[in-house]
Design a binder for this molecule. Structure first.
Ligand code: ARG
Ligand code: MN
Ligand code: MN
Length: 344
């Protein structure tokens, strides 16, 4: 090996993860009943997310936050809460995500409650209708407005984007332009452990790809990720959309979230998922949902934000085995070592 510089360039090629991406903030909170997820994008940015991505060699453009600009008097439709605001915000999100994907080739959407994914999936489908969706979550989020007990739209996003469920979704005011865009066979869940009875009925009826924590205990995370990918992307060619709800992780790691469920993914399992998916080279879009900095004490918020940023970095090429420095950002110590090695 001639020089460290050469090593640096080798590492860069091998990684294949030096990425250009756009970041879109989706500060939605009205998909559930607690204030605070609207501050998710701010806390992730203030927690150093963009700097972290740049440090690992990403070229990052910040598209700012989608302007939700909530309208007043958004009366519930039946028991579904904030229908007009969520529909409006979802369409704005879709436009912003589409613009970001067409310009940067990759979009990282930071939320926001999980109703954010209505807009991100619609926007993504305009660019890659054949995408594969990996929904990493304790919850299935496939209630329809009729099956939902809570009336919270963050528990329903998948029902609005899937063609097969269109006949089961009643018309709601403001929702004309929110149209299904993917098939149920394009979706796989990982991490489920709190699935409502009628959601289970939908999963069974359509024979969907649902991998629970039980399945992970049985087969191990490697096999489950392989099975999930094989289910949604058998040829290994599709652009991948990861919708990551931070409550997929065990609440000891992400306590500041609205619907924590014990017995979740370990950070190790999540890092494995993220590192493996990065290696496919086909990640097109990532949602990060349900960080709620208004919940828990400052320690809870801190560990939630830090863990979330840590996981995100692994989707963009940070690896536990270590990464070589980038060609443009060789640390001073490396340059000193370089001349030393060349002198030997
Ligand atoms: N994105 C989430 N955290 N969703 C939780 C959904 C909980 C419950 N299944 C509901 O529909 O209300
Ligand atoms: Mn969830
Ligand atoms: Mn969710």
């Amino acid at each position: 090996m001639d020089s460290i510089t050469e090593l640096v360039h080798m590492g860069k090629e091998k990684m294949g993860t030096w990425k250009k991406l756009g970041v879109v903030g989706v500060p939605v909170s009205k998909g559930q009943r607690r204030d605070g997820t609207d501050k998710g994008p701010k806390f992730l940015r203030d927690g150093g997310l963009l700097e972290r991505l740049k440090k690992i060699g990403c070229e990052v453009k910040d598209y700012g936050d989608v302007d939700f600009g909530y309208i007043d008097n958004d009366m519930p439709h039946e028991h579904v809460k904030n229908p007009r605001n969520i529909a409006r915000g979802s369409l704005k999100t879709a436009d912003q995500v589409e613009r970001c994907l067409r310009t940067e080739g990759h979009c990282l959407a930071i939320g926001g409650d999980h109703s954010m994914a209505i807009g991100t999936i619609i926007g993504h489908a305009r660019v890659h209708p054949d995408m594969a969706v990996l929904w990493i979550d304790a919850h299935a989020d496939i209630n329809t407005p009729l099956t939902s007990d809570s009336g919270n739209i963050h528990g329903m996003p998948l029902s609005f984007v899937a063609h097969e469920l269109d006949p089961y979704v009643p018309h709601m005011p403001g929702w004309d332009e929110v149209q299904p865009c993917i098939g149920l066979d394009q979706i796989a869940w990982i991490g489920l452990r709190d699935v409502d009875p009628l959601e289970r009925k939908i999963i069974d009826k359509f024979d969907m790809n649902a991998f629970s924590m039980h399945d992970i205990d049985l087969h191990g995370i490697k096999n489950i990720l392989d099975m999930a990918l094989k289910a949604v992307d058998p040829e290994g060619v599709r652009p991948i959309h990861v919708s990551f709800d931070v409550d997929a992780l065990d609440p000891v790691h992400t306590p500041s979230t609205g619907t924590p469920v014990s017995g979740g993914l370990s950070v190790r399992e999540m890092c494995y998922i993220a590192e493996e998916l990065a290696l496919t080279g086909r990640l097109a879009m990532i949602d990060v949902a349900e960080v709620n900095p208004a919940l828990g004490d400052s320690k809870d918020v801190d560990v939630t934000v830090r863990t979330t940023i840590d996981v995100i970095a692994r989707f963009y090429g940070q690896r536990r085995q270590g990464i070589a420095p980038t060609g443009t950002d060789i640390p001073q110590a490396t340059i000193r070592r370089n001349s030393l090695i060349n002198a030997l």
